[in-house]
Ligand binder design. Structure first.
Ligand code: ADP
Length: 359
């Protein structure tokens, strides 16, 4: 794929690995309003990255710039070392074939059988019939639907249709799989099965996956890393457990609603600027989440700390959590000492105010 679009020096040098995708300062405006406003990101090979954002954030525009259906006015879109932002339509085709896509509404051809749907990208790429059929059967096996080769999409459930969509996307052995709200039309159990399949495919094939979704739960279950898009900008990014433990922006907090514990209204109503006991919020993630935090607090205050709300959760084996602790004292010096002690051991800590002793 060398040529005019190849980025000089990308991945050169011993052991250097060319990222699957790299965006450098990408700008796409519509009528002078930026839909993508200086986006830079890198997707490493074999990574599963969640891209989350509300409607209108710029997710579809980003997808179109990634698969070459749209071109940015500024910046570079580099796929496997090739800058596609300047390629001709014809030069784009081989790069496009390296990008598989799955969609919310599956986009299967209803007049074609399952096998014909999966075979389509191979047919377009000029793969001979016998080789095509062999590959189709391997792919149907991979997605657990070998017995449906001759069925038509209308005879399949939503989950089965998406499995076929995945098989079709994998047919040309892509480098990158773009998943555009691929589980948004599925029930929770089917969503789970599709996410498990995608995780398996990621592990078995080392495929890079970009999961575009408005559902943080999907990201929690599958992604290694999350990017939060808002009004065309990436406003937050990091390991999923870290972002879940301690979201830094209002956009992320609102997307996380329901996944991150918030104080119940009755407790919230009792927080005042003065009171019997300080109330702190502690966000923890990773190995720090299981440290003996409470014993350290008690050693400073001389009082047992009480967990009023919150707890630990888990992202793919990595703990994260948010704890609301009443410290058993209102002493300002002790409070400052607790904050100083916990700060390096936690992701975030905030003094929320004071609550009555009997809260
Ligand atoms: P999302 O997929 O996150 O819902 P989009 O990428 O569809 O967001 O849209 C981002 C912004 O760009 C929106 O304000 C939208 O109105 C605008 N936009 C997207 N496509 C076009 C277009 N073809 N013409 C004009 N405005 C567009």
């Amino acid at each position: 794929m060398a040529g005019a679009g190849t980025v000089a020096g990308a991945g050169s040098g011993p052991g250097a690995e060319v990222p699957a995708v790299q965006l450098d300062h990408v700008v796409r405006r519509f009528n002078d309003r930026p839909a993508l406003d200086d986006i830079s990101l890198t997707l490493g090979r074999g990574e599963i990255v969640g891209l989350i954002g509300r409607s209108g954030a710029g997710k579809s525009t980003l997808i179109r710039c990634l698969n070459g259906l749209d071109r940015p006015q500024a910046g570079r879109v580099v796929i496997d070392g090739t800058d596609i932002s300047t390629l001709s339509e014809q030069a784009l085709n081989p790069v496009r074939r390296r990008i598989g896509m799955i969609f919310q509404h599956f986009n299967l051809l209803s007049a074609k059988t399952v096998a014909e749907n999966v075979a389509l990208p191979l047919k377009i790429a000029g793969v001979a019939r016998a080789a095509r059929m062999k590959r189709v059967m391997e792919l149907l096996d991979l997605v657990g639907l070998a017995d449906k080769a001759n069925a038509y999409p209308a005879q399949l459930s939503g989950g089965q249709k998406q499995r076929i969509g995945i098989a079709r996307a994998l047919a040309p052995e892509p480098l990158l799989l773009l998943s555009d709200e691929a589980t948004s039309a599925l029930d929770p159990e089917t969503t789970q099965q599709i996410l498990t399949l995608l995780k398996d495919v990621n592990r078995q094939l080392g495929l890079t996956i970009l999961m575009i979704t408005h559902e943080m739960e999907v990201v929690r279950q599958i992604a290694h890393r999350v990017l939060v898009l808002d009004a065309g900008r990436i406003v937050e990014e990091g390991p999923v457990a870290k972002v879940l433990a301690s979201p830094q922006t209002d956009t992320t907090r609102s997307l996380l609603r329901g996944l991150s514990p918030v104080l119940p209204a009755d407790l919230l109503a009792q927080i005042a600027p003065e009171g019997d006991q300080a109330l702190i919020r502690v966000d923890v993630y990773g190995p720090d989440a299981r440290r003996p935090l409470l014993a350290g607090v008690e050693a400073i205050t001389g009082q047992p700390a009480r967990l009023l709300h919150g707890g630990l959760n888990d992202v793919q084996g990595e703990p994260y959590g948010r704890l609301f602790l009443a410290l058993g004292t209102a002493d300002k010096d002790k409070l400052a000492a607790v904050v100083a002690k916990l700060k390096p051991e936690t992701t975030a800590i905030e003094v929320l105010g004071y609550v009555p002793a009997n809260v």
